[in-house]
Design a protein around this ligand. Sequence first.
Ligand SMILES: [Zn+2]
Ligand SMILES: [Zn+2]
Length: 151
Amino acid sequence: MTTRTATCRCGALTIKCTGEPVRVSVCHCLACQQRTGAPLAAQDRWRGADVELRGDAKQWTRRADSGHAATYSFCPTCGSTVAFVIEGWEGVTAVTMGAFADPKFPAPKFSVYEHRKHDWIEVTGDDVKHSSTTSAQRMPGLNIDVDPKDN
Ligand SMILES: [Zn+2]
Ligand SMILES: [Zn+2]
C-alpha cells in the first residue's frame, strides 16, 4: 500500500497518508488564496482513518460561505497549514497538496470556485470537473465517491 508523508516547512508537523486520496481538487476561492498565499489552493481528501498527524498543530476555525465550519491545522513555528476538516464532511481530512513536496502527486479532478480564478490559470485534463457555483449553492457531500461536492 502506498504511503505518502506531508510535512510543514520546518518539519515539526507530519501527516502520514496511507492508500490513495478519495478526492483531489483545486480551489480558487479568495479565502483559499489568502490561506495559501498563492492564487489557488490544491488539496487532497483522505478517509480520516488513513491519515496520521504527528506533532503539535495549532488550530483555527473559520466559518465558510456555506455556513459550515472549517478547522485548519497549522504549524505554530513555521505557519504552514497542513490539513483541514470541514463540518459536514464526516470522517474526511483534507491535506494541503504542497505539503507533500511531490511534483508527481495525483492531479486534481475538480476545479472549484472558478468565478474567482485568475485569468492566467488553466486547470487542464479531460476528466477535470469545473465548477463556478459558490459553496452556498452546494451541499457538502457525505457520499464523496458518487457525488463529489466541494468545500
Ligand atoms: Zn513547521
Ligand atoms: Zn477555497
